[in-house]
Design a protein around this ligand. Structure first.
Ligand code: ZN
Length: 179
């Protein structure tokens, strides 16, 4: 089943509270929250306090995409799904276990230049994998169609390993590319 997790990255944060009921009414499945600290990607967004405020005003599951390599425990406490980048330099297996141990579902994220095969060994520790279909860092970029091949490979490998894995695709998704 296809689920929708719209990103609030390009939202007006001062009116976000008014937008939350609109997200709920529109039937989306969760909210995607991009966390950047200006180091792993050249942009800064928001952190735990903003996510806590969003959580207080919506029942939608929060799907947090970390583009930082620290504060896993703190984010796991406020996220329903917590993803981090394979390329960010942390111990991948330990971080996935830490996310689950702190009550969130674990998601491993890969950038466009990382192959699907590189993360096959970690799939049993993942509840979801996120395939970036743009270079991470900024909203509003153009979808890279070659990322679909990675989704196909990960889907086949998850089946081969007998895993119930969600596969998320992030970047340049709009009414034209979503189908
Ligand atoms: Zn994202």
């Amino acid at each position: 089943m296809v689920k929708l997790s719209p990103s609030v990255l390009t939202a007006d944060f001062l009116t976000l509270r008014d937008m939350l009921p609109k997200f709920e009414q529109s039937g989306v499945d969760m909210l995607h929250l991009d966390v950047m600290d200006g180091i792993f990607v050249p942009n800064i967004s928001f952190g735990v306090p903003v996510i806590k405020s969003i959580k207080a005003h919506t029942n939608l599951p929060l799907d947090v995409h970390l583009m930082i390599d620290s504060y896993i425990k703190e984010f796991a406490a406020v996220a329903d799904w917590l993803g981090f980048h394979y390329e960010a330099g942390s111990n991948v297996a330990e971080t996935l276990k830490e996310i689950r141990a702190n009550g969130a579902k674990a998601c491993l994220t890969i950038k466009p230049k990382t192959s699907a095969e590189e993360i096959y060994e970690y799939l049993p520790l993942c509840d979801m994998v996120l395939v970036m279909s743009v270079e991470p860092g900024f909203g509003g970029q153009k979808f890279m169609p070659e990322s679909l091949d990675k989704v196909r490979k990960l889907s086949a490998e998850a089946k081969r390993q007998g895993l119930n894995l969600e596969i998320q695709i992030d970047g340049g998704i709009n009414a034209e590319t979503a189908p």
